[in-house]
Design a protein around this ligand. Structure first.
Ligand SMILES: [Zn+2]
Length: 218
């Protein structure tokens, strides 16, 4: 019996709550470009994790939720969209053939982050499989080209997958509204004190730019 979307979202929030006490502020300078998964994410605004919350905290939740949407779309595609499924299967076969796959098998907190610094600002986050499907279509030079008819049919299936992804996305957002209180309580307990401590440190170092007892200072 497939778990309902509601159960999956609840379990994803549980897993994020279990991870959150281990979160620490990043000590290095963050990347310049906004995260394409988190920036403007309707999932995060439904969860109440606004832009005042550090990105690492957001990313751990948005990735876990994205996994639920991706899984639902994958199931819908395999049942209803044979041409898109064939494209994705071909892409998956190509991926398996590569010996270096640095983006696979990562923890949710790291999954989906750029492997290298990315100076180009990203597009706002969307639930869409079309980007993936386009990559799949572009990245297979060895296959015979699709006829115009087949391309049109594939485009139609990509549109249906997009519609389905948007529907599931709206559903998870509605469900997340019911989890806002426990998400907010965890942020107050585990995130805010660390940010306040960091700000206090910063204030102290600004007040005392050098140590007056240091003999090297005049
Ligand atoms: Zn992110």
């Amino acid at each position: 019996m497939e778990r309902s979307i509601e159960t999956q979202v609840s379990q994803a929030v549980d897993a994020w709550l279990a991870w959150l006490p281990r979160w620490e502020p990043a000590t290095h300078r963050g990347r310049v470009a906004p995260c394409r998964r988190c920036f403007g994410s309707p999932v995060l605004s439904s969860a109440g994790l606004g832009s005042d919350v550090p990105h690492g905290v957001q990313h751990g939740l948005s990735t876990r939720i994205k996994t639920i949407v991706d899984r639902a779309v994958a199931e819908y595609t395999s049942l209803n969209l044979p041409m898109l499924q064939a494209e994705l299967d071909q892409q998956a076969a190509r991926n398996r053939a590569r010996s270096y796959r640095p983006t696979e098998g990562l923890d949710p907190e790291f999954e989906g982050l750029p492997l290298d610094p990315d100076p180009v600002p990203g597009a706002p986050f969307l639930f869409t499989i079309s980007g993936l499907a386009e990559e799949a279509a572009v990245g297979i030079p060895d296959l015979p080209p699709l006829s115009e008819e087949a391309k049109a049919a594939l485009r139609q299936e990509v549109g249906l997958a997009d519609d389905y992804a948007n529907m599931i996305g709206r559903e998870v957002c509605t469900i997340l509204l019911h989890h806002r209180l426990r998400i907010q309580a965890a942020v107050s307990e585990f995130v805010e004190p660390q940010i306040e401590a960091m700000l206090a440190d910063l204030t102290r170092s600004l007040d005392a730019p050098f140590d007056p007892h240091d003999p090297r200072e005049p």
